[in-house]
Design a protein around this ligand. Structure first.
Ligand code: FE2
Length: 372
C-alpha cells in the first residue's frame, strides 16, 4: 500500500501489528534520512540474544543512562587501559560520575544478570535521563516510546492512582520535550511509522492506538495553539492517552471477532466512552478535560455519534482533535477484520466525512501540520 510521498508522517503499516515498541524488526535504528545504523543499545537490551555479552559476562551501555545522584541497584564497571574490568560503583550506591577518580567514560559495563533491573532503573529515571542526560533525538524518542508504551500497558490493564500517575509523568515529559525541541517528535513519527511493536492481540492494539493518538494529538494541539499553557497541554495529553481506556471492558471474544459484529456487540462497544469515564472518575486528581475527551470522542458534528449524539458546538475543540486523530490512527493500523489503509486513503475517507462528522477547521489544520 502506498503512503503519501514527502510527508513527515507517512505511516506504513506492515502486515502485522507491532510486537515490541522501540525496536524495528531488524533491531536497527533508523534516522530521518532513512539510513539505518548499528543496533541501538535499547534494542539489544530488549533482545537478550543480541545483548552481546563480553567474554567476561558484562555488556556495555551508554554512561548517560546512569543518573548522577541516584541510587543504582546494580554495580557499574569500566574497562581499564589494560583490558581489565574495574568497579566504578558498588550495587545499591549513589552514582556520581568521576567518583572513582577517572573521567566519566562514554560507556560503562554492567553484569549480564542486571538486564531486568536496568529496564526498571531506566523506567524510574526516564524523566531525568531524557531531560538532562540524553541529547540524541533518536535515542530520546526510542527510550520515550518504549517506556511510554510499557507504562500505558500497565495503566490500561490496571488503572489506579499510581499507574495513572506514571502516565502523567509521560505526558509531562512529552510536553516538555515538544516545547523544547520538536525533533523528538520527528523521531517518534519514524518509530510509529515502522510500527515497531508487533502484536496481534487486540488489547495491545488498543493500548498502542491510545499511545499514538495521545502523542499525535498533543503534538498537534501544541503546534496550532502556540500560546496554550504548558499545564493545560500536559492535562490534555494525559486525557488523550486514556481516551480509549473503556475498551478494556469489552469482552475479549468481541475484540477478537473477525466476523461482522452483532448489534448487541456494537451496542456494548458504543458504551466504551461511558465505561472509560467510570474507570477514570475513580482516579484521584484527573483533569476536568478527562470527562469530555473520554466521553465525547465518538460524537460527530451532525449528531450521528455516540453515546449522547451531541452536535456541533456541543463538542469541545480538544475532543474534535481527538476524534479525527482517533479515526486516522485506527484507519492506518491493521485490524483482525480488515487491512490497514494508507495515509492517503485514510485522509481521503476522513475528508469525505467533513463537515458532517469532523470539524473542517481541525481537518484542514491537521492536513497542514502532518501532511505538507
Ligand atoms: Fe474510542
Amino acid at each position: 500500500m502506498e503512503a503519501s510521498k514527502g510527508s513527515r508522517f507517512d505511516i506504513h503499516v506492515p502486515a502485522r501489528m507491532p510486537q515490541s515498541p522501540g525496536v524495528n524488526s531488524e533491531g536497527a535504528r533508523r534516522h530521518t534520512d532513512g539510513s539505518e545504523h548499528h543496533l541501538s543499545v535499547l534494542v539489544r537490551l530488549l533482545k537478550p540474544s543480541s545483548l552481546g555479552l563480553l567474554g567476561s559476562g558484562y555488556y556495555s551501555v551508554p554512561s548517560y543512562w546512569m543518573c548522577p545522584g541516584k541510587q543504582s541497584p546494580f554495580g557499574i564497571y569500566r574497562k581499564t587501559s589494560t583490558g581489565e574490568i574495574a568497579s566504578i560503583l558498588e550495587p545499591d550506591s549513589i552514582y556520581i560520575p568521576g567518583a572513582d577518580g577517572t573521567n566519566e567514560p562514554d560507556s560503562v559495563l554492567l553484569r549480564g544478570d542486571s538486564r531486568i533491573r536496568l529496564l526498571s532503573y531506566l523506567d524510574v529515571n526516564l524523566e531525568s535521563i531524557i531531560a538532562s542526560r540524553l541529547t540524541d533525538p533518536f535515542e530520546k524518542a526510542e527510550l520515550f516510546y518504549y517506556f511510554a508504551y510499557r507504562r500505558l500497558r500497565v495503566a490500561y490493564k490496571n488503572p489506579g492512582n499510581i499507574t495513572v500517575f506514571g502516565i502523567k509523568q509521560i505526558a509531562d515529559i512529552l510536553v516538555e520535550q515538544i516545547l523544547v525541541d520538536k525533533k523528538i517528535m520527528e523521531q517518534i513519527f519514524l518509530i510509529m511509522r515502522d510500527n515497531i511493536y508487533k502484536t496481534t492481540e487486540n488489547p495491545e492494539c488498543t493500548i498502542m492506538h491510545s499511545l499514538h493518538v495521545g502523542m499525535l494529538a498533543t503534538f498537534f494541539v501544541a503546534k496550532i495553539l502556540e500560546h496554550i499553557s504548558k499545564n493545560i497541554l500536559k492535562d490534555i495529553a494525559l486525557c488523550y492517552f486514556f481516551h480509549d481506556i473503556g475498551m478494556m471492558r469489552i469482552p475479549q471474544k468481541i475484540m477478537d471477532s473477525t466476523d461482522p459484529l452483532a448489534s448487541d456487540a456494537w451496542s456494548l462497544i458504543r458504551q466504551h466512552p461511558c465505561f472509560g469515564l467510570e474507570i477514570m472518575k475513580e482516579i484521584q486528581g484527573t483533569p476536568s478535560e478527562m470527562t469530555y475527551i473520554i466521553k465525547d470522542h465518538h460524537e460527530r458534528l451532525d449528531g450521528n455519534g455516540y453515546p449522547e449524539a451531541l452536535k456541533g458546538e456541543g463538542i469541545h475543540f480538544f475532543v474534535k482533535v481527538c476524534s479525527i486523530l482517533d479515526a486516522f490512527e485506527a484507519m492506518v493500523s491493521q485490524r483482525t477484520y480488515r487491512r490497514a489503509f494508507s495515509t492517503t486513503e485514510a485522509l481521503k475517507i476522513i475528508k469525505q466525512r467533513v463537515p458532517q462528522g469532523y470539524d473542517p477547521v481541525v481537518f484542514s489544520k491537521l492536513a497542514a501540520v502532518f501532511f505538507q
